[in-house]
Ligand binder design. Sequence first.
Ligand SMILES: [Cu+2]
Length: 136
Amino acid sequence: MFRTYVPAAALAATLIAAPAFADTPMIEAMDQSVANGVVSAAMVSAPENGWLVVHRTDADMKPGPVVAHAPLRAGETADVAALLTEPVAPGEMLMLMVHSEAGGMTTGQFEYTLGAAEDGPIKPDGKLVMTVITAQ
Ligand SMILES: [Cu+2]
């Protein structure tokens, strides 16, 4: 019964002001050397099984060709490693992005090509889940 004493608007404001929910889709990654052929993310939180995808990008912050990907489980995963399929030089910018496993012909195989719907990026609230780093 005491719940009725909390106005719904006040409750909603509290929820919005609270720290990010544990299950908010996100990527944490730092600038790093990729000389070992690996792009690492310290933590990835995904709402469903899918992929951590690494695009080339630049100062325009638009996702370019894919140079690495790694499978993701739903929920939080620490220390995700994506193997580069081509060299990335120090100073080049990379965009790490959470992609879905939905829409393709097979499960467990990465089927995305730039701009395709298969295994495409997730967009909670209409926004890509991504972060940009610079190779060192
Ligand atoms: Cu992407």
